[in-house]
Design a protein around this ligand. Structure first.
Ligand code: NAD
Length: 458
């Protein structure tokens, strides 16, 4: 289609009331544009690809650039407020992102370049505001080289597990983020702290409460911060449920049912080797049920009772459990019913039953797609609705919280003590499953006894 035909079609498609304005606006451009277009095509056809001096910008209407009113705070990491464009009947947009300049952000070394690192953590640096990727640690030189190229990491900031301790001499790295098999978290936390770095470690924190304690001690001794990457505790839907329950919006929470299931496929993967994983469905995915229940109510269980099973002859479950099902009793009288399954179609949800209503979170432990429903009664009316919150990149959010703690010298919301408590409870759950009897835990009456101050999340 030539320029003139395109213009005539656009004119034909223009509603009558604006056609006059359209002609006024484009009249000059049409004349210049037709001539310019001809000259431009003429230039393109010249031998050697020589171009006309009349560029194609002359073929479109010129509009005077204007900056609409905006509030621009002087501090670099405060969001710019643009002119409003949505009425108050609609959901308001969140503040514009306000990333810190790269030289002010906290530098991270990511250790282990497997699924979680490549699929989620490294991309999340692109959405973070206070954290930047500066170094990588991997056992595969080829992977290191490629990933470093992709993310602009300098060759001298690429380490193997053998050269890991040389991070000590790299001032660009402030945080070491450990994304290795569970049984390796303790060693790399301790070595990282001894190298003078703050530690963010993936969940589960380790494979035993003794290792958790050693990690906490090493970080304390080195004067470094330690945080467990419990992303759910920073996720908006889960935080909303917690706030509603803590405010007793529907009365006291009486019962929580939580389950987390996925289907495993590779018996050679470390998740199915006890020495590397520490266990099966419980520490990997059941931990979400355990940790989220504790997070929502802030109480600590006083008793657990568990039942576990593995299908005989399935090579996936030679060393680790296929399913763990357990109950927990809390001081307020709240009871939770939890389940984790390694050989069922993916499902991650919970429902909190309170005295006068319930909250149900589908995809509760997923990276996205969380759906929150609630139900409560009012006279003869039963209300049941869906609450839709804006999702955030969970990995960027938790990394930025840790960076904030490093920058402001604050304690993380999910410190090592939070991970240690989960391991103590998981050890009681295994004991109960093995003995077939309930196992008691020490009574703790303080609310949120192991968490740091509330995070400032943007
Ligand atoms: P993965 O197997 O995909 O990656 C593990 C990485 O560790 C690989 O790059 C592997 O090469 C390396 N590695 C080094 N030494 C190893 C050894 N001896 N055996 C096996 N691998 C070795 O695993 P992943 O899914 O990325 O999980 C890594 C950690 O992240 C685990 O602790 C896991 O529980 C945690 N994780 C957390 C989430 C979350 O949502 N927070 C999600 C998935 C995994």
């Amino acid at each position: 289609m030539n320029r003139l035909t395109t213009f005539l079609k656009a004119l034909a498609d223009t509603p009558p009331q604006s056609r006059k304005d359209f002609l006024k606006l484009t009249g000059r451009a049409l004349a210049v544009g037709t001539a310019g277009g001809l000259l431009t095509s003429y230039g393109r056809d010249q031998p050697g690809g020589r171009r006309s001096v009349i560029s194609q910008v002359d073929t479109v209407p010129h509009i005077q650039p204007v900056s609409p009113p905006a509030v621009i705070p002087p501090k670099v990491d405060e969001p710019i407020k643009l002119e409003p464009i949505r009425g108050d009947a609609d959901r308001q947009t969140p503040p514009t992102p306000s990333p810190q300049p790269p030289d002010q952000r906290v530098g991270y070394a990511v250790v282990g370049l497997g699924h979680l690192s490549l699929e989620n953590i490294l991309p999340a640096f692109g959405r973070s505001r206070k954290s930047k990727l500066v170094a990588l640690v991997s056992g595969s030189p080829q992977k290191l080289q490629k990933v470093a190229q992709q993310y602009g990491v300098k060759p001298q900031n690429c380490y193997s597990y053998d050269t890991f301790d040389q991070l000590r001499d790299n001032p660009e790295v402030q945080v070491v983020y450990i994304v290795l098999p569970n049984a390796m978290h303790a060693e790399y936390t301790i070595r990282g702290a001894q190298a003078g770095k703050h530690i963010l470690t993936e969940k589960p924190m380790a494979t035993s409460s003794a290792d958790c304690q050693a990690m906490i001690d090493a970080c304390n001794k080195a004067g470094r911060k330690l945080m467990v990457a419990y992303r759910i505790q920073y996720e908006p839907h889960n935080r909303y449920v917690r706030a509603q329950i803590r405010q007793k919006e529907y009365g006291a929470a009486k019962f929580i049912e939580l389950f987390n299931a996925q289907q495993e496929a590779n018996p050679n993967h470390w998740r199915h080797i006890r020495a590397l994983a520490g266990g099966g469905a419980l520490p990997d995915i059941g931990l979400y049920c355990l940790n989220t229940a504790r997070f929502i109510v802030g109480e600590e269980p006083t008793e657990v009772f568990a039942y576990q099973y593995s299908t005989p002859d399935n090579p996936l479950f030679r060393e680790v459990e296929e399913v763990m099902s357990w109950q927990m009793r809390f001081p307020s009288g709240l009871i939770t019913n939890c389940g984790a399954h390694y050989f069922a179609h993916e499902s991650r949800r919970y429902r909190v039953l309170a005295e006068r209503g319930w909250l149900n979170l589908e995809n509760a432990f997923a990276y996205n797609g969380l759906e929150l429903q609630r139900s409560y009664a009012e006279g003869q009316t039963e209300h049941r609705d869906q609450i839709s919150l804006m999702e955030k990149d969970q990995f960027a959010t938790e990394m930025d919280h840790f960076s904030d703690c490093v920058q402001q010298n604050k304690q993380p919301f999910t410190p090592g003590e939070e991970g240690l408590q989960d391991h103590r409870i998981m050890e009681a759950i295994y004991q109960s499953a093995q003995t077939g009897k309930p196992v008691s835990l020490p009574l703790i009456t303080k609310i949120d006894p192991f968490r740091g101050p509330e995070p400032q999340l943007d």
